[in-house]
Design a protein. Structure first.
Length: 137
């Protein structure tokens, strides 16, 4: 008879996944991920705490990761510069912002106005997932 047990330090909880996806840069708290079911579930559960929600997809609607996201204030001063997964959520103070996405040689820019906790949704649709470029080399 084979008996197996896994000590509790091997268990990785939902809260652990969410904590791994949560970051801070300057005054901006943000969450990035969405690869795999655990990350997608954690992102979905936490989205209520963020007033900017960015979705990165390819033209077919499939999630795209490794997207550089830059958020600047209304005077074009960069506030955040990070590489994001397909889902990117940030909590911003009220104001106007420029949200830019970069994937390979592609660049997209959206102007957003944050007022309160009402979520602003931005979708960047990329011609080709950058990971496709890497796989085809």
């Amino acid at each position: 008879m084979l008996i197996c047990f896994f000590p509790s330090f091997y268990s990785y909880s939902f809260a652990d996944v969410a904590a791994d996806l949560t970051h801070q840069q300057g005054n901006i708290s943000y969450m990035s991920g969405g690869i795999g079911q655990d990350e997608s579930d954690a992102m979905e559960a936490a989205q209520g705490g963020y007033n900017l929600r960015v979705l990165n997809t390819d033209k077919a609607g499939h999630y795209s990761g490794d997207i550089r996201i830059v958020i600047s204030d209304s005077k074009n001063k960069p506030l955040l510069d990070t590489v994001a997964g397909p889902l990117f959520y940030a909590n911003l103070e009220n104001g106007r912002y420029v949200v830019e996405g970069f994937s390979g040689n592609q660049h997209q820019k959206k102007l957003v106005t944050i007022t309160g906790h009402k979520p602003i949704r931005v979708r960047f649709t990329w011609q080709q997932d950058i990971t496709d470029d890497l796989l085809n080399q």
